[in-house]
Ligand binder design. Structure first.
Ligand code: PEP
Ligand code: MN
Length: 349
């Protein structure tokens, strides 16, 4: 923590600030510039100290130099976090591709989509059973029945499964069915939910709130990690801006920033970020080029009939084409795209 004193701060005010800090058992170091004095704090800052110093006479501002998140910060525990799910290690040199419909709608729909995702080389099946819809009149998802259908399709293809959980009370149930728990953008600040998934042993894909800063996202990851679950995957899914040409604005610069600030894997969701299937391919490629550890893409056998997010869903053919292009960009930036499953890998060698 650094304390910047006002231009007209008196020597008494400077020494009061130092005494207050020293009274809490910490050291101080004063640098007197031509106009201003700057006081550096030496030692571990106790909770609330910034606020206690900020109100003292003569103080202009107090700047923290350490990060408010500890477990999520790069350098907090070795190198990059690697999360092994199915045949892909998320956060390693491998690119993970998650594909599937916005919502599970029927057995035929999820089975066909799961097979198409696997055939194209996708590593993880997605699908919403409990849906966080903006309107209470929109399709709300198939609930528990949807979980059953998702698990059956995942087992049939051998793909691991990710789905969203919206309520702390449902975490134990959803965790029984899935390989990765998803926290949606609208729940990034639902702290009881973050703590509940932090108490499970399942990896958690945490989506950035649509009006959340990068630091907010890392603080939410910290909630999950502080509860004991270190396997957190960060997901940038577009943020709200003044732009109306796309559903959200994909913050691609979040990728290198998150990678620099944190050791956690970063996944991009180009479907919710843009809201347009035409933009899913270019944004997927841009994400891989910018250093993302993977992408999550909405795939539907008949997007025009989808009960949710049809306009941003790609058909199986388009998903196949996107996978082929991802392999090329991944190779160009020195990353690998493993086979969808271990069996497919064995068959190819
Ligand atoms: C989803 O991925 O199913 C979803 C609802 O996305 P978001 O939370 O990013 O809106
Ligand atoms: Mn969706």
């Amino acid at each position: 923590m650094i304390v910047i004193m006002r231009t007209n701060a008196t020597p008494e005010q400077i020494s009061t600030v130092c005494t207050r800090i020293e009274d809490e058992g910490l050291g101080t170091s004063v640098s007197q510039g031509v106009n201003k004095a700057v006081i550096g704090l030496i030692g571990k800052r106790p909770p609330g100290m910034m606020e206690r110093v900020e109100v003292l006479p003569g103080v202009e501002m107090v700047i923290p130099v350490d990060k408010p998140y500890k477990f999520a910060a790069r350098g907090s525990g070795g190198g990059d976090t690697h999360i092994r799910v199915g045949n892909v290690t998320i956060g390693s040199n491998e690119i993970a591709v998650i594909g599937g419909p916005c919502s599970v709608e029927s057995e035929a729909q999820i089975t066909a989509t799961a097979e198409a995702v696997k055939a194209a080389g996708g590593h993880i099946l997605r699908g919403g059973a409990f849906k966080p819809r903006t309107s209470p009149y929109s399709f709300q998802g198939m609930g528990g029945e949807g979980l059953e259908l998702l698990r059956t399709a995942a087992n049939a293809t051998g793909l691991p499964l990710i789905t969203e959980v919206m309520e702390p009370g449902r975490v134990p149930l959803v965790a029984e069915y899935v390989d990765i728990l998803q926290i949606g953008t609208r729940n990034m600040h639902n702290f009881p939910l973050l703590q509940a998934v932090g108490n499970t042993d399942k990896p958690v894909l945490l989506k950035r709130g649509m009006a959340a800063t990068i630091e907010d996202l890392l603080m939410s990851a910290e909630y999950i990690m502080a509860a004991g679950n270190m396997r957190v995957i960060l997901c940038e899914r577009g943020i709200r801006t003044f732009e109306t040409a796309t559903r959200n604005t994909l913050d691609l610069s979040a990728i290198p920033i998150l990678k620099e600030q944190s050791h956690l894997p970063v996944i991009i969701d180009p479907s919710h970020a843009t809201g347009m299937w035409e933009l899913v391919k270019p944004m997927s490629l841009a994400a891989v080029a910018a250093g993302a550890d993977g992408v999550m893409i909405e795939v539907h056998p008949n997007p025009e009939l989808a009960l949710s997010d049809g306009p941003q869903s790609v058909t199986p053919d388009r998903f196949f084409d996107i996978m082929a292009a991802i392999r090329k960009v991944a190779a160009a930036v020195g990353r690998e795209v493993p086979a969808a499953t271990a069996e497919m890998e064995a068959a190819a060698t």
